[in-house]
Ligand binder design. Structure first.
Ligand code: ADP
Ligand code: ZN
Ligand code: MG
Length: 478
């Protein structure tokens, strides 16, 4: 029997930076355009052309570095990584080898565990091979779209400190949230603006030395990263159990079959014949520039989450959900201030608003409901202008079509009715119609009263003041 084994994972995450133009030329950096419409002699690798560094990309990477507590180097350089592949027209990729823009840093998981970073470096993306099955391909052809060639790309390399597929997913989520907050990428895994290579090995529990790793590629969702890692870990366990040696190699993830397969034996750094790019000057950043970029960083998700919990007294879970995107967090704060009731703001956003958004296929950012309108709706419920039940209906209208809650209440006749004479009639009608429930209640079944209250509310279209309804019912049923 082998001793217990532990999992060791290190992730290499590629994030496309959402600059207007590409890394070394003026072509548009835009996803989804017609193939080969955003190309020029520079990003097509024509001889005699010269690259020019995109300052915005450098700024974005430095901001990511500051947000992740990295050390940003005032002096770094670009190198050529040489290899041949059709999606790379120059036959080398401009990257950073031994002097990356940042070193160190860490990603703090929700559990509090910190995963240290090795480095973040700046490089250019490759073009995209469009294999058979794409809309322009015949069954045998592979076409190439160079729109992506030269798009600014940052590679975030973790230390091998991630302990499970679950932690790997959390790590990716934290990275995604941070990038969204600082606005340097749209980090969409299904569009390829966030990509991840997962390195994994196993070793006897409690030992320090790293086991032989494999590197998995081709996952295109957080779910597939988890699935691929789980599969690969059990494959490595089976290897060890049967006395086989784990081979260092690159493995692909087959989403359909749910397994990893050997792609190629792992190349070594010297295979790439890195050398400094003679066409690019070293990158020198002065203190003042770095300081001003650092000062432009917003409050980050983890800090904001803590502040929400202490300042507004909302539960950790709610704070997690509400701070996932900067837009949603801003929205929550605006509703909290408009309504003067942060807890209710959170309850509505986590509950009825979320349900309505889902039903209409919307998000807070695509819905026409303004924070001011939701804030006012909450105030109207608190002030007794409408019942909570009628407010749900108004909320749904707001989510779907926007508008002013007062006007919607008026149009739909949803104002709360507290006038006894109006409610008495409905109460008597329901008592007459629900003889069975009334008998059950009188016979000692307390629950039957809730049902009768519900019927009165329904009959009043949710407008009757519940307290008045209950009082009138008690008076009549004893
Ligand atoms: P390579 O030279 O193969 O590219 P690196 O040392 O550059 O390897 O590391 C690449 C990634 O693999 C890093 O994220 C690192 O944390 C991770 N890694 C390195 N060794 C291991 C290992 N034995 N098990 C798991 N992950 C590893
Ligand atoms: Zn170009
Ligand atoms: Mg490496």
């Amino acid at each position: 029997m082998s001793a217990a084994l532990e999992t060791v994972i290190g992730l290499e995450v590629h994030v496309e930076l959402s600059t207007k133009s590409k890394m070394f030329c003026g072509c548009l950096n835009e996803f989804g355009a017609d193939p080969n419409t955003h190309v020029c002699p520079v990003c097509l690798g024509m001889p005699g052309t010269l690259p020019v560094i995109n300052k915005r990309a450098v700024e974005f990477l430095c901001k990511a570095g500051f947000a992740l507590e990295c050390t940003v180097a005032p002096f770094s350089k670009f190198d050529r990584k040489n290899y041949f592949y059709p999606d790379m027209p120059k036959n080398y990729q401009i990257s950073q080898y031994d002097m990356p823009l940042t070193t160190g840093g860490r990603v703090v998981l929700p559990s509090g565990k910190a995963i240290r970073l090795n480095r973040i470096h700046l490089e250019e993306d490759t073009g995209k091979n469009v294999h058979a099955g794409g809309h322009m391909t015949t069954s045998e052809a592979t076409l190439i779209d160079y729109n992506r060639a030269g798009v600014p790309l940052m590679e975030i390399v973790s230390e091998p400190e991630i302990g499970s597929p679950d932690e790997a997913e959390q790590y990716l989520m934290v990275l995604r949230d941070v990038m969204l907050y600082i606005g340097v990428s749209d980090v969409k895994m299904h569009e390829g603006s966030l990509r991840c290579d997962a390195n994994v090995s196993i070793r006897p529990l409690g030992t320090k030395e790293l086991g032989t790793k494999t590197e998995i590629k081709n996952m295109n969702s957080f779910k597939s990263v988890v699935a691929a890692l789980e599969h690969e870990i059990s494959r490595q366990h089976a290897c060890v159990a049967s006395g086989e040696r784990i081979v260092q190699e690159t493995r692909g993830w087959d989403e359909v079959r749910g397994l990893t397969y050997s792609m190629r034996s792992k190349e070594q750094a010297h295979d790439y014949r890195y050398f400094p790019d003679p066409d690019l000057p070293p990158l020198s950043l002065d203190e003042a520039t770095l300081a001003s970029w650092r000062s432009e960083l917003p409050e980050l998700p983890a800090q904001r989450r803590e502040r929400f919990i202490t300042q507004y007294g909302i539960p950790q879970y709610d704070a997690n959900v509400l701070t996932q995107s900067r837009f949603d967090a801003d929205y929550f704060e605006a509703v909290a201030s408009a309504s003067g009731d942060p807890k209710q703001a959170s309850n509505w956003l986590m509950g009825d608003v979320r349900k309505s958004l889902e039903a209409h296929g919307l998000t807070l950012s695509t819905s026409k409901m303004t924070p001011a309108a939701l804030g006012e709706l909450i105030s109207m419920v608190k002030g007794g202008a409408i019942t909570g039940r009628a407010a749900k209906e108004v909320c749904d209208v707001l989510v779907a079509a926007g508008g002013d809650p007062k006007a919607i209440v008026e149009q739909r006749g949803l104002a709360q009715v507290s006038d006894e004479s109006a409610i008495v009639a409905i109460v008597d009608k329901v008592i007459a119609a629900q003889a069975e429930s009334v008998a059950a209640y009188k016979g000692g079944k307390a629950k039957a009263l809730d049902f009768i209250v519900g019927q009165v509310m329904r009959e009043s279209r949710g407008r009757a003041n519940v307290d008045v309804v209950k009082r009138l019912l008690m008076e009549r049923l004893g």
